[in-house]
Design a protein around this ligand. Structure first.
Ligand SMILES: [Zn+2]
Length: 104
């Protein structure tokens, strides 16, 4: 705990903690709402399926479909480095090692 001399600092700390708490509880609520919706509806809520991979609604991605479907984790797939590999697959998930052709 801060001492009396650090009153201003403690106020700042308090405000910062409150902001953090608000952020944390908001995130928890979001996660809870998503989890509840997920139970009722198996479709991904925050991603779009395009060319066999997921993209976020804001255009970020692509992400592994397997990891999201199984664990609700957005794992960004790696782009394979050269044309030889890309003849077979364009993207590879670093976690589950799934490969994706992506757009042709
Ligand atoms: Zn994966």
């Amino acid at each position: 705990m801060p001492d009396i001399a650090g009153l201003a600092e403690s106020v700042i700390n308090l405000v910062t903690s409150l902001l953090h708490l608000r952020l944390i509880s908001k995130n928890k609520e979001d996660i809870k709402v998503k989890a509840e919706l997920k139970k009722n509806d198996e479709l991904p809520l925050e991603v779009l399926l395009r060319d066999g991979v997921y993209y976020k609604l804001d255009g970020n991605g692509p992400y592994c479909t397997g990891c999201y479907d199984e664990k609700l984790k957005l794992i960004r797939v790696n782009t394979l480095p050269d044309r030889f590999h890309q003849r077979f697959a364009k993207y590879k998930c670093p976690v589950c090692k799934a490969t994706y052709r992506g757009e042709c």
